[in-house]
Design a binder for this molecule. Structure first.
Ligand code: NAP
Length: 259
């Protein structure tokens, strides 16, 4: 299927590896020129080089922490008016409800709620003026089904979801869509670090921890980053203009709900 977005431009945040990189790759495959971001310069440069070489698009790497105002300004300076915005950042650390203080919540809200909101506020006006735009926010299945040890993530991402629910309907008349992608467990470094925490807590092997987690998923496996990237690119395509304000689970059926 031709996604109809060849020649458009995108900012993809937190994209040197994992789900962000998969989104960048799928957009590049569709012919989109990219600004990609992550904190560590070396891996980011290498990812930019590999994507540009494979797909023949322009990829501009911007190394910075996207959760800071300075980082956001640096990324936006590289493309102040993208057609497509994919927001992403690392998730907050696990813990117990009684551990978290105000400062921990502020940090999580900054990273996983206020950063995507700031990037949307900066980029939506030009998209609306052009009459076309796509925003995809990478959130988590925890928005639909809380993960108790990730209370900071549950809280911050729920806040972003509420903002998107209203804002997406305000910008849709201008041809701009905003949707959220909700990953369940995917085979990335983030999943390895979650599984290593189980290994440490329970004295089992990494293979045992992974097998046990996969067994609890109807699809009986972890998601592949490239499956996630393909859905992201479809949401950014010409074909997805009627999908507005949705929260789309990619979780192999793990969240047991009818709707
Ligand atoms: P990952 O494989 O660890 O990759 C994270 C990427 O984000 C890296 O490129 C990293 O590069 C970059 N990054 C992290 N913090 C950043 C920051 N502050 N500023 C700029 N770049 C940053 O993680 P992932 O699995 O792709 O996860 C992506 C998001 O999905 C996270 O929010 C995670 O919580 C969420 N999620 C993942 C899963 C899963 O199973 N994988 C499930 C549910 C939700 P640098 O370290 O160099 O900055």
């Amino acid at each position: 299927m031709d996604l109809g977005i060849r020649g458009k431009t995108a900012i993809v945040c937190a994209a040197s590896k994992g789900l962000g990189r998969a989104c960048a790759e799928s957009l590049a495959e569709a012919g989109v020129d990219l600004v990609i971001n992550a904190r560590s310069e070396g891996p980011l440069q290498e990812t930019a080089r590999a994507i540009a070489e494979k797909y023949g698009v322009t990829v501009t790497p911007v190394a910075c922490d996207i959760t800071t105002p300075e980082g956001q300004a640096k990324v936006l300076a590289a493309n102040p008016a993208p057609d497509i915005l994919v927001t992403n950042a690392g998730g907050p650390p696990p813990g117990l409800w009684s551990d978290w203080e105000r400062a921990d919540f502020i940090k999580a809200l900054d990273a996983n709620m206020l950063t995507p909101i700031a990037l949307m506020k900066a980029t939506l006006p030009a998209m609306m003026a052009r009459g076309w735009g796509r925003v995809v926010n990478i959130t988590s299945q925890s928005v639909k089904s809380p993960i108790p040890v990730l209370g900071l993530s549950n809280s911050a991402r729920a806040g972003l979801t509420g903002y998107v629910a209203g804002t997406s309907r305000q910008v849709a008349p201008s041809g701009v869509t905003i949707n959220n992608l909700l990953p369940g467990i995917h085979a990335t470094d983030r999943a390895v670090s979650l599984d290593e925490a189980v290994v440490k807590a329970e004295g089992i092997t990494l293979q045992q921890a992974q097998a046990r987690r996969a067994e609890a998923i109807p699809a009986r496996r972890y998601g592949k980053p490239e499956e996630f990237g393909a859905m992201c690119a479809f949401l950014c395509s010409q074909h997805a203009g009627f999908i507005v304000g949705q929260n789309i689970l990619l979780d192999g059926g793990a969240v047991n709900t009818t709707l």
